[in-house]
Design a protein around this ligand. Structure first.
Ligand code: KIV
Length: 322
């Protein structure tokens, strides 16, 4: 056996689903197929909540009408908490330009910066599918550069899929990326990278012509090979129609309750922001208030010399005297 690889001819009869390449030392196999339809399938049916989320397992969730859960994360600690809570998808969104870096929009963030944040998330996540936003400018010049940048996210940060904004105008790029074995999540409706063209962050798809365009965009992205599409900032009715028309899962943010899954920006749902939330944001905690209170208390304790206490101090060993 060369390097732990068992030749095909030695595969025991009847083990059709099993081993062609087998690494004895690491107990890993490249081609081990579970005849029951894979661990991801069990997870979709609820029998193994810890099974790795994959592109096919998300499709199965849509097929079984099970809601897909997604949040953004940009660092190790929050990504780990989200993963341990059992969410399906973690998006390293370019929203990090705004919520982590305090920029006015998402436009300035670079591939190199996104790579740094993505690596922290990647180290934390064991189960969720890690999707990374391709930042503005990283796929707009030409498709070759778009593919090269997407490959960097996979090779240098461990991304399992990339997300790009745009509709039919991105179909050819989606084909190139999927040809390069990189799963692509589409993103239509309110696309923040188009903020200047849209004239602000405005709900999209409010006229029949706009609805028709978004339907055509969604179908073009599906046809080109996207495994899922984010529907952002659109009337509920349109979110409902697109989710019913598409075979691939839709993930909504401000697109109503009938999409196949939901995503929120973590900082929005935790109230770790400094502006009033959009209508679609539900606030599940007030972490901003908790942090503010904790910092105020610490300041007071330091100023009153009640921190650190005797119990929080180290001492010389017995017998050592100054
Ligand atoms: O950047 C981001 O966080 C996103 C989500 C809002 C979908 O694109």
């Amino acid at each position: 056996m060369i390097g732990g690889i068992r030749p095909k001819s030695q595969t025991p009869p009847g083990e059709r689903h099993a081993v062609e390449l087998h690494w004895e030392s690491t107990k890993m196999s490249l081609t081990t197929f579970d005849p029951s339809g894979s661990a991801a399938n069990k997870q979709a049916s609820g029998s193994a909540a810890t099974a790795k989320v994959t592109v096919p397992s998300l499709q199965r969730k849509k097929d079984l009408r099970q809601p897909i859960t997604a949040l953004t994360a940009y660092d190790y600690a929050t990504a780990r908490l989200i993963d341990e809570a059992g969410l399906d998808v973690i998006l390293v969104g370019d929203s990090l330009a705004m919520v982590m870096q305090g920029q006015p929009d998402t436009l300035a963030i670079t591939v190199d910066e996104m790579l740094v944040y993505t690596r922290g998330v990647r180290r934390a996540v064991k189960r969720a599918l890690v999707v990374v936003d391709m930042p503005f400018g990283s796929y707009h010049i030409d498709e070759r550069e778009g593919v090269a940048n997407a490959i960097r996210f996979v090779k240098e940060a461990g991304a399992e899929a990339v997300k790009i904004e745009g509709g039919a105008n991105r179909a050819s790029l989606v084909r190139r990326l999927t040809d390069a074995e990189i799963p692509v999540m589409g993103h239509i409706g309110l696309t923040p990278q188009s903020v200047h063209r849209m004239g602000g962050y405005k709900v999209q798809g409010k006229t029949l012509a706009a609805v028709d365009r978004l339907r055509a965009d969604a179908l073009a992205l599906q046809e080109a090979g996207c495994f899922s599409i984010v529907l952002e900032g659109m009337p509920r009715e349109l979110g409902t129609i697109l989710s019913a028309e598409l075979e691939i899962p839709t993930i909504g943010i401000g697109a109503g309750p009938d999409t196949d899954g939901q995503i929120l920006v973590l900082h929005d749902m935790l109230s770790l922001t400094f502006a009033p939330p959009a209508k679609f944001v539900r606030r599940y905690a007030d972490i901003g208030a908790s942090i503010r209170a904790a910092i105020g208390e610490y300041k007071q304790d330091v100023e009153s010399r009640s921190f650190p206490s005797e119990a929080e101090s180290y001492h010389l060993p017995t017998g050592v005297q100054l």
